[in-house]
Design a protein around this ligand. Structure first.
Ligand SMILES: Nc1ncnc2c1ncn2[C@@H]1O[C@H](COP(=O)(O)OP(=O)(O)O)[C@@H](O)[C@H]1O
Ligand SMILES: N[C@@H](CCC(=O)OP(=O)(O)O)C(=O)O
Length: 382
């Protein structure tokens, strides 16, 4: 079976990527169940700090809470009772974030803990809230360390779904690259545990149906998802135009070498570019809930200058919508010019339209964003 795309410039997409989501699985982080592998963590941190110094924005998705908790509790076998796994995750999460915090701290870097669920990211309002927190953290030069909130959902600990969570995070922060570090060198054309002759797949299209057959098996003793969830994650990340690399976390200087354009692991390529993918996602998925009537200046700012919509350029608000819902933007003559995800509810929007953004705090008592609709969340009607 041959997946080689023969596209030499594909690795440029990896080395040129400006925003990376790096996901590290339990199998790697916990040295086969003997607690957190702090030495390995320090080596990845060193590389992530170097990437940051080269201008790469980083978000880390770290598994390992259950495994770290099991080791703190002295449990040698993974329990099957979900409530025990949840308790282990709650205990282990403390050690996990402490370890990342102190390791990044040695390089003068700060970290922040974010616990998310898939449901959080399918709810429009929570999606925008998570997005603005993460954007702000990245702007503040802090590395967000994300795990699933295992106390309130159990999919992650049942199915090893942190791969999917990492892909959803890649969509959320509009990453151009998702790097999934695992205990194998990448995706092989058969499960290497049972097939010693299995060959590493270097490159493939994320949507190639032939990959389903090779990613069939489930994961190891600590990790749970195996290649299946990694492939699903790559496909999800591809929906917002991100490339995915599945690669061995133990490979020496793995992140630094990927940045240098070296051919490591398995590169899964999206079918569409980032902007086209995001606009298609916006266009396809949402019902509209209201209308914003713009003045001529705002129409020009959106259509000719490709800017965000600020409250100052809106003359009227129609309909009833909440933060995160889709609204239609019309010109003074009623012609639709764009649609997008709105940052404020209809009631809030009523209070801030026609006003400069620096007055939002005085008018509402808080500020979510200076824009009413951010240009990344806006599709122009051609
Ligand atoms: N085609 C394949 N190529 C590589 N690994 C595979 C494949 N199919 C199944 N696997 C298994 O997936 C495991 C990695 O997944 P998992 O245990 O969930 O790790 P992680 O904790 O890193 O998410 C590997 O150890 C490997 O045995
Ligand atoms: N939230 C869980 C992650 C579940 C899991 O097994 O994920 P992974 O090792 O990435 O396949 C934990 O931190 O233990």
């Amino acid at each position: 079976m041959c997946f080689w795309l023969g596209l030499e410039n594909m690795r440029d997409k990896v080395s040129g990527a400006q925003r990376w989501v790096v996901k590290i699985g339990s199998a790697l982080l916990t040295a086969d169940g003997k607690g957190l592998d702090r030495g390995a963590m320090a080596v990845w941190v060193e590389q992530m700090v170097a990437l940051r110094a080269q201008g790469v924005e980083l978000v880390l998705v770290s598994s390992g809470a259950v495994a770290a908790g099991m080791s703190r509790l002295g449990w040698t076998a993974r329990p099957s009772a979900i409530h025990e796994l949840q308790a282990a995750a709650a205990i282990g999460q403390m050690g996990l974030v402490q370890a990342w915090e102190s390791s990044f701290g040695e390089h003068g870097r700060r970290t922040a803990q974010i616990l998310l669920t898939h449901d959080d990211l399918s709810d429009r309002k929570r999606y925008l809230n998570a997005r603005s927190t993460l954007r702000t953290l990245v702007e503040l030069d802090v590395v967000p360390v994300i795990n699933e909130n295992d106390t309130v959902v159990t999919d992650g600990i049942r199915f090893g779904d942190n791969d999917t969570l990492a892909a959803l995070v890649a969509n959320l922060v509009e990453a151009d690259l998702l790097v999934i570090l695992t205990d194998r060198d990448g995706m092989f054309d058969a499960d290497p545990r049972n097939n010693p002759d299995a060959q590493l797949i270097h490159e493939a299209r994320a949507d190639d149906p032939a990959l389903d057959a090779v990613a069939g098996g489930v994961g190891g003793a600590l990790g749970r998802g195996g290649m299946q969830t990694k492939l699903r994650a790559a496909r999800l990340a591809a929906r917002s135009g991100a490339h995915t690399v599945i690669v061995g976390g133990a490979i020496e200087q793995v992140l630094a070498r990927l940045k240098a354009g070296e051919l490591l692991g398995t590169l899964l390529v999206p079918e569409r570019g980032m902007l086209a993918a995001r606009k298609q996602w916006l266009a396809g998925h949402l019902q509209t809930r209201g209308t914003l009537v713009l003045d001529d200046g705002a129409v020009k700012a959106l259509v000719s200058d490709r800017k965000s919509l600020l409250p100052v350029g809106v003359k009227a608000v129609q309909g009833s919508f909440r933060r995160g819902e889709m609204v239609v933007c019309v010109a003074p003559d009623g012609r639709e010019v764009a649609r997008g995800l709105v940052n404020y509810s209809a009631l809030e929007a009523q209070k801030i339209i026609g006003r400069p953004s620096d007055e939002i705090e005085r008018l509402l008592g808080y500020v979510d964003e200076p824009e009413l609709v951010h240009r990344d969340n806006l599709i122009l009607v051609q």
